[in-house]
Design a protein around this ligand. Sequence first.
Ligand SMILES: Cc1cc2nc3c(=O)[nH]c(=O)nc-3n(C[C@H](O)[C@H](O)[C@H](O)COP(=O)(O)OP(=O)(O)OC[C@H]3O[C@@H](n4cnc5c(N)ncnc54)[C@H](O)[C@@H]3O)c2cc1C
Length: 503
Amino acid sequence: MIKGPVDHVVVVGAGLSGLSAALHLLGAGRRVTVVERDMLPGGRAGLRTEGGYRIDTGPTVLTMPDLVEDAFAAVGDRMADRLELVRLDPAYRARFADGSQLDVHTDGAAMEAAVEKFAGARQAVGYRRLRNWLERLYQVQMRRFIDANFDSPLQLLHPDLARLAALGGFGRLDARIGRFVSDERLRRVFSFQALYAGVPPARALAAYAVIAYMDTVAGVYFPRGGMHALPTAMADAAADAGGDFRYGQTVQRLERSGGRITAVVTDRERIPCDAVVLTPDLPVSYGLLGHAPRRPLSLRHSPSAVILHAGTDRTWPDLAHHTISFGAAWKSTFRQLTRTGELMSDPSLLITRPTATDPSLAPPGKHLHYILAPCPNTTIGPGVHEWRELGPRYRDELLGWLERREMPGLGAAIEQEGLVTPVDWSAQGHAAGTPFAVAHTFPQTGPFRPRNLVRGTTNAVLAGCGTTPGVGVPTVLISGKLAAQRITGPPVAPSRRTRGTAV
Ligand SMILES: Cc1cc2nc3c(=O)[nH]c(=O)nc-3n(C[C@H](O)[C@H](O)[C@H](O)COP(=O)(O)OP(=O)(O)OC[C@H]3O[C@@H](n4cnc5c(N)ncnc54)[C@H](O)[C@@H]3O)c2cc1C
């Protein structure tokens, strides 16, 4: 915990981690100023408004709303008063190269029936066992390894570590899932989430099945008004609780006296502070602190993504809110994304159709589609320079795949379009041209991930996807809370929802 006065905290960045930190700090009675370079909250969970479309630029799969509720509850607010969440059913539609498809239901009985119809009774039994394993894995990990501030790897030495090992958490994800379901297509449905962690399922720790727990068991939600309604609601709650937001200001340096930061200096003003929470990408935060911790190995970044935003005058009703269009290739796809640095030759794509749930996100009679194509980061794949020329060609290639597989006539139906490539992620300051930060390889996980405290500065805490616990909406919400706890101390008693899971 940070020592000395911590009455006024400056949070740098109004992304989801910064907003979570702000709410938890305000709830603990601190004075909070949030400085954000953009004119809106959200950061990577951003918004573009074009031609009457409200386009979410970042996350589309919202899981674990209890963590959102915790952030509101910190200031005595209720999520239900700020945000309307729709539970998506199916959570995903998985479409395979052989023409088969499976709707992923988060209700256990409905999913078991769907699996039986899709792949037979034995696979349905395997699914039931898999679901039970995912639930136990989540219970063991959340309590000790995700929702936890680490000061030493020795903290891992706890009976939960043995429980995690007994559950097979230190084996490989793909192999472990295969013990429950042997159908190749089902294995993909429960292991593709490893890509969210930046690691191929064949190499990811089985412990990362916790992401499959979050979306295939705990459920996928969508805020009415779009994903950006989430950061907007959090920022409103923080402002109503007394948070002071300074938008359109970039933090340029930190003033210090010895080991303490005494003021945050933006391009417009100097803001004195007692403590600071830094949420930009790690290189930016380390740059501001003037110190980057030395590591035995250099940090490895996750793959990146190309996003095609397509506002269209028609839609394709076979697409659910979220559809995963799997290519026939699998292992080679991950090899291309994480090893050889090539573009996927037989892509697997996430297609999101937000207007399936909320038609108000497009002009009347129009539809919005968000297509995410994973691609290598710029360290191992094409660099920013190459992407400038490659981007438009890759857009055409993607359109070709989409027209052949899921969305015939897409090209002719587009009336509003946006393409986002690693050029754009780099321009936003994201290292290695990826918005998915440092990968969750074993040496970059838990207590081995860059810590949220930095040696040499006594009153600064890091938050966000580069530090613990990691990338994703649920994890950065936790990261903001953990950063706040570094300043305020851990909660005296666990809150109602996290009882038994808090550190
Ligand atoms: C395309 C995409 C799809 C994704 N899909 C999903 C998904 O479906 N589900 C899921 O759970 N997660 C998903 N994620 C991951 C998740 O969105 C991120 O991990 C999370 O939003 C990151 O939040 P953050 O607070 O760590 O960082 P950020 O959102 O980047 O927040 C940092 C903030 O700091 C600001 N800032 C930076 N430098 C300065 C400075 N010098 N001065 C002032 N302000 C500064 C930035 O403008 C930004 O607002 C996705 C991410 C992307 C980009």
